[in-house]
Design a protein around this ligand. Sequence first.
Ligand code: ADP
Ligand code: ADP
Length: 235
Amino acid sequence: NPTIQLKNVTYIYEDETEPVLEDLSLEIYKGEFVLIVGPSGCGKSTLCQTFNGIIPNVMEGRIGGEIIVEDKDVLQLELKDLSTSMGLVFQDPDAQLCNIYVEDEVAFAPENLKVDPAEIRERIVNCLDKVGMQGFENRKVFELSGGQKQKVGIASVLSMEPSTLVLDNATANLDPQATKDIFDLMQILHKDYGHTIVVVENKIDDIMHLVDRVLVMDEGKIVKEGTPQDILETS
Ligand code: ADP
Ligand code: ADP
């Protein structure tokens, strides 16, 4: 089975009349590294928010179709039921990070779900290690560089041990070196740790060669999909 499956999903934000996602279907398989591209405003961020249940759990609006994540029906679940399947990393780490110390940030989600404290200690170490931020437990988040903050953001999502990681323009505010570090990290999480990775990226030329498959969106629909080679040859 696909790890993410959308069937004929249509979504209209509250107080809007036009759908931002329109009869959209897609399948993403376990262990894939998938890139989603398309013009600004075509619905990429909205799509990412359907994967982890922000839509429809947090955002108002009208949704139709079916969203299945790891055999769970997203439209019937609460947000917390999805956090162990799917982690979403946003463009702006400052919007995602809400604790002073790095270790509290990484512990935040599992603490909310009442994970055993000894287990949380272990996850803090493991997750910081995974993102290359070992030893940063007692550092203050606001004193870190943009790239380091984004890595803490990724660690804080990994602390729920999701099989899939979705990164929505996670490098948009980063300089070229920090961007490269995050792309390297995506590859490590994919190859060495076996995470399914879904990324929305504008720096297409830099990431295209790293991914297994590309989905091209336009006006709320997937208009093309294929390997990076397929997409480059036909565009
Ligand atoms: P992308 O990520 O491809 O830039 P988005 O999913 O952010 O696209 O936005 C798709 C469309 O939905 C845009 O027209 C945007 O203005 C609109 N939109 C995004 N968020 C909201 C919201 N909270 N309420 C109403 N419209 C929204
Ligand atoms: P991106 O293109 O990187 O996805 P956007 O600039 O489209 O980012 O959107 C940034 C934020 O603004 C998102 O949280 C989105 O939900 C919100 N947003 C975008 N368009 C609208 C809109 N028309 N009404 C309300 N919120 C919006």
